[in-house]
Ligand binder design. Structure first.
Ligand code: MN
Length: 258
């Protein structure tokens, strides 16, 4: 008997799209003041590939939703590099804030101090990645090589957060990433985000579901074990990508778009 998950790509503070997506997936959502009361469909859990925060319009509300679901045992949250940056900034450890991080910090300034502390603690206690469904499913922000699955090492954490780079830079000045998925031969399906792609990208037994919502693309979920893609379009371009990002018009077969 498989465990069932709805795995959500990089949210980056895109609350409206997240609400629309999980509603389409059958989750009941009730707003209670600033908080959310979520009722998952029978037998299903939500899982986030990370980068809940920064760049987008509503980082605090996205955090409230994800944190309350995690606390209630309704969701797994893998941390992303942007989540870690935000947590560090809240601890006063990152003073060179990028534009996207600065935007989230302004939003969080309007929240009570106790909430900011909760956010710090939340990211601190998350595992670097999750091995689920008896080892058949791995969720890690930037993906993970097979030999690091389930490892609590610093190496596994770093890989899961930011992937591996080749040491070279591209024409935009961004580090060239090592395409670990091309060499992946593992048994577990690895679901990840981190690098925006116009449509979900399957390679070997891996899938990248960061479809660049914050850049005007889509917010995407993978239903597991069904391997069905559900996407909602972004309502706006909230952030400009350094690389030109072209949202894809027609998604692959088996996709439902709302
Ligand atoms: Mn991201």
């Amino acid at each position: 008997m498989h465990e069932s998950f709805d795995i959500v790509g990089d949210v980056h503070g895109c609350l409206e799209e997240l609400l629309q997506l999980i509603t389409a997936l059958g989750y009941g959502v009730e707003r209670q003041g600033r908080d959310f009361l979520v009722t998952p469909p029978e037998g299903r859990k939500l899982a986030f590939v990370g980068d809940l925060v920064n760049r987008g319009p509503a980082t605090p509300a996205v955090l409230r939703l994800a944190m309350s679901m995690e606390r209630a045992g309704q969701a797994f949250c893998a941390p992303g590099n942007q989540d870690v940056k935000l947590a560090r900034a809240l601890q006063g450890r990152d003073i060179n804030a990028s534009l996207g991080l600065a935007r989230a910090l302004v939003q969080l300034d309007r929240e009570p101090e106790a909430f900011r502390v909760e956010v710090e603690e939340f990211f601190e206690r998350l595992a670097s990645h999750y091995v689920l469904d008896g080892g058949n499913l791995v969720i890690a922000h930037a993906g993970l090589k097979e030999r690091l699955h389930g490892s609590a090492s610093a190496k596994a954490r770093k890989f899961a957060l930011t992937g591996q780079t080749t040491g070279k830079k591209d024409e935009y000045g961004l580090p060239v990433r090592y395409n670990w998925a091309a060499d992946y031969r593992g048994r577990a399906l690895v679901v990840f985000g981190h690098t925006p792609v116009p449509k979900p990208k399957w390679l070997n037994n891996t899938v990248n579901i960061d479809t660049g919502c914050v850049y005007g693309g889509h917010l995407t979920a993978l239903r597991y074990p069904e391997r069905e893609i559900v996407s909602v379009p972004a309502r706006a371009v909230y952030s400009e990508s350094r690389k030109r990002f072209l949202p894809h018009q027609g998604l692959a077969p088996h996709s439902r778009t709302f």
